[in-house]
Design a protein around this ligand. Structure first.
Ligand SMILES: [Fe+2]
Ligand SMILES: [Fe+2]
Length: 276
């Protein structure tokens, strides 16, 4: 088995989306199998690319130029699934990038267990959503997608606490806020569109598993605050204001955020119309 940081680097340098998720799942399984024997596999070091390799399609556009479609139509539902697939693929790369880029920061092995599991789950999520698109006679790459999704990674490439604050604790927490609404859109379409039921099932898997990713973020953010003797809430506010562009948008899913170890006094002071 190659060191974990090298695995991460290989996933990041794989362009084809299905090949990327297959490699990601294979490496995660190797890691887990080794961990199940009680071994502590080598982490190693990597020099990851500034931005991950991506397929030639989808074309990446400024978010303002991505056409909006009505969610009530089949084309609108395809557009939603396509946007979710793009987010999931980005998340695969974000988790492996975290492992590769910060492999020289000493951590208990559980840090790596958590992010390998998160990367594996994102890979599963991408595959589930890509399967839904194919069941609707579309595919990932058929529509343009948002450019700039890698910005959070670039902005925090030198700052692990900033990365944890912005990626799992802001962006992935936002996923917990918006996923129930997307599930409702597909539930409504169930009667007229058999593929919608498949999308509901896929999104329910995503909704359940994303809670872990936010929780891993909160756990390791608090760990680092303890290591550096920082107040977690104050550190979170400072880092989100430094690296996240714009206020957080309510309504928040307070129940799931609480389950993930994200208390209201972390995010409410950063919400639209307030200042920390
Ligand atoms: Fe995901
Ligand atoms: Fe996630």
């Amino acid at each position: 088995m190659i060191p974990l940081a090298e695995m991460a680097d290989h996933v990041l340098r794989t362009a084809d989306a299905r090949a990327k998720t297959a490699l990601s799942r294979d490496y995660a399984a190797q890691w887990q199998a080794a961990r199940d024997t009680g071994a502590k596999p080598e982490i190693g070091r990597a020099n990851p690319p500034d931005a991950p390799a991506r397929p030639a399609e989808p074309a990446l556009l400024d978010p303002r130029d991505v056409p909006r479609r009505k969610p009530g139509s089949p084309q609108g539902r395809i557009a939603i699934l396509h946007a979710v697939a793009h987010i999931e693929l980005n998340a695969v790369d974000l988790h492996w990038d975290l492992i590769a880029r910060f492999s020289d920061t000493p951590f208990p092995i559980g840090f790596f267990d958590d992010w390998v599991r998160a990367a594996d789950e994102e890979s599963k999520h991408f595959n589930l959503i890509a399967d839904c698109l194919e069941a609707m006679s579309s595919h990932y790459g058929a529509l343009p997608a948002h450019a700039g999704m890698w910005r959070a990674a670039e902005d925090t490439a030198e700052d692990l606490m900033g990365r944890l604050a912005v990626v799992p604790m802001v962006l992935e927490a936002r996923g917990l806020d918006v996923t129930p609404g997307m599930i409702r859109i597909f539930e409504k379409a169930r009667k007229s569109d058999p593929a919608a039921a498949q999308a509901v099932a896929a999104m329910e898997v995503i909704y359940a598993e994303e809670v872990h990713h936010v929780a891993y973020g909160s756990k390791w953010f608090h760990f680092l605050c303890g290591r550096h003797d920082l107040d977690p809430k104050e550190a979170f506010h400072t880092l989100v204001q430094r690296y996240f562009h714009g206020p957080l948008k309510p309504p928040f899913n307070e129940e799931k955020r609480a389950e993930a170890g994200l208390p209201p006094d972390f995010y409410w002071p950063l919400a639209d119309g307030k200042s920390a």
